[in-house]
Design a protein around this ligand. Sequence first.
Ligand code: AMP
Length: 303
Amino acid sequence: MKVVEHVAELREHCESARRAGHRVGLVPTMGYFHAGHRSLMRAARAHDDFVVVTLFVNPTQFGPNEDLSAYPRDLAADVSVAIEAGVDILFAPSVDEMDPGGPPRTKVHVAELTEGMCGAARPTHFDGVTTVVAKLFSIVGPCRAYFGRKDYQQLAVVRRMTQDLNLPVEVVGCPLVREPDGLAMSSRNAYLTADERAVAPALFAALVDAVATVRAGERDARAVERRVADALAHRREIALEYVELRGAASLEPLTRVDGEVVLAVAGRLGRARLIDNVVIQVVDGRVDADLGVEVGADEVLDA
Ligand code: AMP
């Protein structure tokens, strides 16, 4: 595996891979790898000939009072994980290398899907994400790009950007990987104290409880959201940011639970902002739910 720091060098490697007839797969990340990142790398390794993982803590997707300077980093550990996963290139540029003219003045903005949910508390976040992902698509020229369903709104927004701009990239959504106690894996879990870590699985437990009410016949979207909020209300450590039930692909607000929907939640716990979601399908009265996969089980799963 090569660790590459310069855009021009990355372009050259990707161009010669394409010239050799190889299909390039891209996994964009902010590093501090865990099993969620590893599952994306493995999915890319399984489908593509040449796998590029990018590691860039992108300043433009952080708000002014967010955790940019505190964001956890460990390049040496990340290099080992990427080698183990069979990655061909780990691209770890500096901020100046990615944005040589300073913060980009050209921004990619996806309307509507970025409103509400995480966009409410983080109004500039998704523009930062879509702009850097568009830049990475342009530099790498991948056939496929892999994103986790953990960041559900991000996946929907990137899909829409790719469709709207006719970008020749297949956006692949990969399963949400969880700790054995249900907590969605995240680099930000490193912020949690031992006491907070013990409370954190409450988010997933509340989502599972709400899915049970849908299985029992509840179809009112607000009632399902309230069920999650009520379950978390006695967890004083968690400051709930939102609970929203929306259309799974369009992210349109819904009044009824019907078809494929996503039930998403975000909250602050100590220094960490945690997000989680489940996808529920209601078809002909039959209820199915995608709750993600437990770490370890993801190894045998395909994207
Ligand atoms: P990040 O480094 O947090 O920006 O995440 C990089 C990619 O890994 C994104 O596509 C995330 O959705 C994905 N990812 C992060 N955590 C998980 C997880 N627990 N399960 C699956 N994918 C994840």
